[in-house]
Design a protein around this ligand. Structure first.
Ligand code: NAX
Length: 332
């Protein structure tokens, strides 16, 4: 049976990289057929028809059907998985709270549509910003779907962090494991390298054992954190556009691990807190998690020192403020 997958914001730049990966089997399995529904807004329908033509021209064995639409009720009909990428971009002169207000309304409407149409075990990954708060609003409006089926993307931040450490240590990127992103997908996130290891054969070596130089330990507490927090802004500055190829790749990583499991490593996902590590219950917060049988479990029992506590609370506070702003925007 085919897996039915929706991608929203399907005429945009992230979707343009994400669509072929999903259609080729990189997310749901190399032998798993897919039906794809693509949602965007009415002015983008012509572009979306072009995207559909290109998908047909990929001539892929796993892609059974492509449906393009501007109606969320059609896009989410009977879907098993949804990548919610589409969001209102920040326009010149727009304040953060106006951007948030516009987006929470989009995600409220999409939550309603998911509630009406999606499978009850649908897996929803929110990529569109502000991703954490959008995911929380979406879930709130889809009451009959478990909140555990909603998450938001912080995997790009994790990948950025992992790549920077690998570069510093001159080791292959996949051998660096257990870097954590805590909190919001914003510049208050806390990229935490304290538990990171390098795998050398069967050995797991803490990164500060791989490089014992005190300057490296200092870098991990300062420039490393800042550069991961600011990486998105650096890409915009250089490219004139926000991260797209890397965001699509991270979305693939996130959904693939949710669908197929994480095996022996932690990954970071924005999920609802149940009060773990003193983070208020109900906040959509990025935690280290493992996944087995499509069930996400927050890694517990990690030591939180004063340095980490301060950073984790700061990003939680930003999320609480965003949630309050979103709630007031929805009341208006
Ligand atoms: P684009 O502007 O290229 O594409 C967005 C698409 O969404 C457009 O085609 C637009 O028409 C569509 N759209 C707008 N409102 C919609 C609605 N109500 N329903 C369906 N589609 C709608 O942006 P792109 O570069 O693809 O980025 C998409 C989102 O990802 C943005 O919000 C961006 O900020 C966010 N990002 C999130 C990241 C993360 O790690 N969580 C990283 C990358 C990116 O910044």
């Amino acid at each position: 049976m085919a897996v039915k997958v929706c991608i929203t914001g399907a005429a945009g730049q992230i979707a343009y990289s994400l669509i072929p990966s999903v259609a080729k089997g990189e997310v749901f399995g190399a032998k798993q057929p897919v039906i794809m529904t693509l949602l965007d807004i009415p002015p983008m329908m012509k572009v979306l028809e072009g995207v559909k033509m290109e998908m047909v021209d990929l001539a892929l064995p796993l892609l059974q059907e492509v449906i393009v639409t501007d109606d969320p009720l059609v896009a989410f009909d009977n879907v098993d998985a949804a990548f919610l990428v589409g969001a209102m971009p920040r326009k010149e002169g727009m304040e953060r709270k106006d951007l948030l207000a516009a987006n929470v309304k989009i995600f409220q409407a999409q939550g309603d549509a998911l509630e009406k149409k999606a499978k009850k075990d649908v897996k929803v990954l929110v990529v569109g910003n502000p991703a954490n708060t959008n995911a929380a609003i979406c879930s709130k409006n889809a009451k009959s779907i478990s909140p555990a089926n909603f998450s938001c993307l912080t995997r790009l931040d994790q990948n950025r962090a992992q790549a920077q450490i690998a570069e510093k240590l001159k080791v292959p990127v996949p051998t660096v494991k257990n870097v954590i992103i805590w909190g919001n997908h914003s510049s208050t996130q806390f990229p935490d390298s304290r538990f990171a290891i390098v795998e050398k054969g069967a050995e797991k070596v803490p990164i500060t054992t791989v490089n014992k130089d005190p300057a490296f330990a200092e870098y991990l507490k300062t420039d490393f954190i800042k550069s991961v927090q600011q990486r998105g802004a650096s890409v915009i500055k250089a490219r004139g556009l926000s991260s797209a190829m890397s965001a699509a790749n991270a979305s693939v990583d996130h959904m693939r691990d949710w669908w197929q499991g994480t095996k022996d490593r932690w990954v970071s996902m924005g999920v609802f807190s149940n009060g773990e590590y003193g983070i208020p219950a109900g906040l959509m917060y990025s935690f280290p998690v493992t996944v087995a049988n499509k069930k996400v479990t927050i890694v517990e029992g990690l030591d939180i020192n004063d340095f980490a506590r301060e950073k984790m609370d700061l990003t939680a506070k930003e999320l609480k403020d965003e949630k309050a702003m979103a709630d007031s925007a929805l009341e208006q």
